[in-house]
Design a protein around this ligand. Structure first.
Ligand code: UGA
Length: 439
């Protein structure tokens, strides 16, 4: 019977997975190389914003089912299952995935494990990694100890991490033995009892499912954004277009929200890593369309700057409010954030930029300290020549012209997420531009 679980890496994925495994009744230890992070997590403090997760961590730190350590050797003799949940960032100076953390974790675990155990990879990796790590682990593990390897990709979304982990849409496990699959069935018995689809497959399929899902989502977003370029030129309503094609159940309405595009720590780097990996495999042209998706996505940011210039002319010395620098609502993550990129570009064009994000200001300030960061929407908009909405937080979606009356210096608004009602703003005398709409 499985009792003890370790989770290597306590970032977004690892901290969530560790807390959720404790919630399911296992004894869990989260392992990380960063002592400060471990100390904070042990006090139930989270170094990032994720609704519901701090409470869950505190509950299980208090219940004694969840602990954190830097000591990999200690979990090697204790856990029955070791999840690897470390990052695979984009290589610096390249487009492939940096595998250093995954490789180090797998090799370190193999050397530390002293009883039969299963290592389960959760990180997003280039296809071929699991098979390579299985061999590496077999080489590095101790004589007489069976250390098996499985791949179990994670599909959680930031902002919904706990719910996505405890109530996943599907579970995908890649193994090379029925015994390892059975072990994972035991771990996920709770989800299986609710008839969560269980996809048991080989290593390569499991690895590819993850990148295929993210590539598909990125493609959906860039697909609708490409149509935005058309409606911006000829007229037409992008939201109605998305609604209309989305009614076809084969297409579906989700991820067809036109706007300033995708960002974050996953979609952008995953499509680049996938393209790089298939090129390495000699399939040079197979995933070329992903490069196009990336370009469409980045062009959305150019479009925002162009529209700002169309409204204000030269941006030098003009005051611009940027609403939203986290890559999406309910997150303080500013990695590859479209809003933050736009804010920085406006600044580089000479504008005075004042940023407000309900959660993302602190992280954004670390990256671009020269922008102005303020604590409220009205402070950002004070005396602004232009207000740009870049992340669709609820408080921004609820904005009405009356909220900004007497606050701004000039009634200019640029809705880069296409979430406000153009007629309402224009009716109140605003110059109102919107991505996806002719201006
Ligand atoms: C994404 C996937 O949705 C998760 O399933 C996956 O597990 C995760 O990456 C990962 O690989 O770890 P996440 O990065 O949290 O999750 O964010 P999403 O909710 O997918 O949003 C990504 C970006 O697309 C955001 O910038 C969002 O604003 C943008 N987006 C989303 C649009 O521009 N339009 C849409 O219609 C939907």
């Amino acid at each position: 019977m499985i009792k003890n679980i370790s989770v290597i890496g306590t970032g977004y994925l690892g901290a969530t997975h560790a807390a959720c495994m404790a919630e399911l009744g296992f004894d869990v230890v989260g392992v990380d190389v960063d002592p400060e992070k471990i100390e904070r997590l042990s006090r139930g403090e989270l170094p990032f914003h994720e609704p519901g997760l701090p409470e869950l961590i505190r509950r299980h730190v208090d219940s004694g089912r969840l602990r954190f350590t830097t000591d990999l050797d200690a979990v090697g003799s204790w856990a029955d299952i070791h999840f690897i949940a470390v990052g695979t960032p984009q290589q610096s100076g390249g487009t492939g995935a940096d595998m250093t953390f995954v490789d180090t974790a797998a090799a370190g675990l193999a050397r530390a494990i002293t009883k039969d155990a299963l290592i389960v990879g959760k990180s997003t990796v280039p296809v071929g990694t699991a098979r390579r790590l299985r061999d590496l682990v077999a080489e590095e593990s101790r004589e007489g100890v069976r250390v098996a390897l499985a791949w179990n990709p994670e599909f959680l979304r930031e902002g919904f991490a706990v719910q996505d982990t405890l109530r996943p849409d599907r579970l995908v496990v890649g193994t090379d033995s029925p015994e390892d699959e059975a072990t994972l069935r035991e771990v996920y018995a709770d989800a299986l009892s609710r008839e969560t689809p269980w996809v048991a497959t080989d290593f390569e399929t499991a690895e590819l499912v993850k990148v295929a899902a993210n590539a598909f989502l990125a493609t959906k977003i860039s697909f609708i954004n490409a149509f935005s370029e058309v409606t911006e030129t000829v007229g037409g309503d992008i939201r109605t277009l998305a609604d209309a094609i989305g009614h076809d159940a084969r297409i579906g309405r989700k991820f067809l929200n036109a706007g300033v595009g995708f960002g974050g720590g996953c979609l952008p780097k995953d499509i680049r890593a996938l393209q790089t990996r298939v090129s390495e495999l000699g399939l040079d042209h197979t995933m070329n369309f992903l490069n196009e998706m990336d370009q469409i996505n980045l062009r959305r940011r150019d479009r925002v700057v162009t529209l700002a210039e169309q409204i204000l002319g030269d941006l030098s010395g003009r005051r611009i409010a940027v609403l939203g620098v986290s890559f999406k609502p309910l997150s303080d993550d500013v990695r590859d954030s479209p809003g933050l990129d736009v804010a920085n570009r406006l600044f580089n064009s000479g504008a005075e930029v004042f940023v407000h994000d309900p959660e993302g200001n602190a992280n954004a300030a670390k990256r671009f300290p020269r922008l102005g960061y303020v604590d409220s929407l009205s402070e950002a908009a004070q005396d602004a020549d232009l207000v740009v909405l870049t992340t669709e937080w609820d408080e921004f979606k609820a904005l009405t012209p009356a909220d900004l009356d007497g606050v701004v210096a000039a009634k200019n608004f640029l809705d880069a997420r296409h979430v406000l009602d153009a007629a309402q703003w224009e009716g109140a005398g605003w110059t109102f531009a919107q991505l996806g709409r002719h201006f």
